[in-house]
Design a protein around this ligand. Structure first.
Ligand SMILES: Cc1ncc(COP(=O)(O)O)c(C=O)c1O
Length: 345
């Protein structure tokens, strides 16, 4: 539903907390989490790690912090992380992989987020030679933001995992939108998470909580993660107040992601015949639509769109990203389709 008359398709991060979340915040039982006293945070960490089939979980203020902590533990200073060249960790996390984890990114090209297996193999350096940094981690992203919400196939994950096992590498998942991936494939999320040693997922995107992400992994891994969170200034006190809406996210907001996927398809369908836009309908797998503009630059297009009270984000001079989420309903889809049509009339 539009908010203050604006249909906001910029990101699923713009979702506002539900009424139930606000009530949960008000009523949350709290304690000092640094001292291990906050029962609401503990519950959120427990239900989250259980859902992903991992031993333990840690509430962190952001996805960026979750990914950074994971790589600092699993790779660390002077070690290499194999990741995909368009991934969020490399491109949009302030260089933390180098600045905080102090690791070296080995960025590789991909087909919609899937790095060719032979390319992964070719880029693993495990035999210690004094001038070659050692590979420690393979890090993937699912769904993949910069590839328009693409999904990594289960077969692919299985194959990458067997390469990682062969070379004793840690598998990390930037699963900011892992539940979009599981819901779209109609599978239990554990079918994805079982291939990874650590997973970060976001509460504050399609799951609509106002803040926070969860890092999951083994008990030992999360114990170390808790230490590093404090080192980064992320030791928080009565945070049950912000963990409470996260519980609503995990318990009640996952299944409804399907609505966002259906609406993304619906919007894509409604604008598929516009000649001035290149869009691959079959690539709309989750809640993202990528528009390639043939006759107008993205900033001009977005300005015109904004004048019709519809917002989206530019990805480049010619690419625009449109994202569906809880606060976009059928009427927003109709408003956006009409606005886009009018721009090219
Ligand atoms: C794929 C992906 N990973 C990680 C993040 C980082 O999350 P945060 O903004 O909470 O740091 C985002 C945020 O948009 C994302 O899209």
């Amino acid at each position: 539903m539009s908010y203050k008359g604006i249909s906001d398709f910029r990101s699923d991060t713009v979702t506002r907390p539900t009424e139930e979340m606000r009530k949960a915040m008000y009523n949350a039982e709290v304690g000092d989490d640094v001292l291990g006293d906050d029962p609401t945070v503990k519950k959120l960490e427990e239900i989250s790690s259980e859902k992903l089939g991992k031993e333990a979980g840690l509430f962190v203020p952001s996805g960026t912090m979750g990914n950074t902590i994971a790589l600092k533990i699993a790779a660390g200073e002077g070690k290499e992380v194999i990741l995909e060249e368009r991934c969020h960790i490399l491109n949009y996390e302030s260089g933390n992989i180098s600045r905080i984890a102090k690791s070296l990114p080995r960025a590789l090209p991909s087909d919609r987020g899937e790095i060719p297996l032979n390319l992964i193999e070719k880029n693993i350096h495990t035999s210690l030679r004094d001038h070659i940094p050692e590979t420690k981690v393979i890090s993937l992203e699912d769904t993949h933001n910069n590839w328009g919400g693409s999904i990594l196939s289960l077969d692919y994950l299985k194959n990458v995992k067997s390469i990682a096992d062969k070379h004793h590498l840690h598998m990390h998942l930037d699963g900011a939108r892992i539940f979009n991936a599981s819901v779209a494939q109609k599978i239990d999320v554990k079918e994805i998470s079982k291939y990874f040693d650590s997973i970060m997922f976001c509460l504050s995107k399609g799951l609509s909580a106002p803040i926070g992400s969860i890092l999951t992994g083994s008990k030992e891994f999360i114990k170390e993660a808790r230490f590093i969170r404090k080192f980064l200034g992320g030791g928080m006190r009565q945070i049950g107040i912000v963990a409470a809406p996260g519980i609503v996210s995990v318990e009640k907001m996952i299944d409804r992601l399907e609505e966002d996927h259906i609406r993304a398809k619906k919007l894509a369908e409604k604008i598929a015949d516009i000649k001035e836009i290149d869009m691959d309908f079959d690539e709309v797998k989750t809640n993202f639509i990528i528009l390639k503009l043939k006759t107008m630059d993205s900033l001009t297009f977005l300005k015109k769109l904004e004048s019709k009270k519809v917002l989206a984000l530019p990805l480049s001079n010619e690419l625009v990203r449109v994202v569906t989420h809880k606060d976009i309903d059928d009427s927003d889809i109709n408003i956006a389709a009409k606005a886009i049509r009018e721009i090219f009339r």
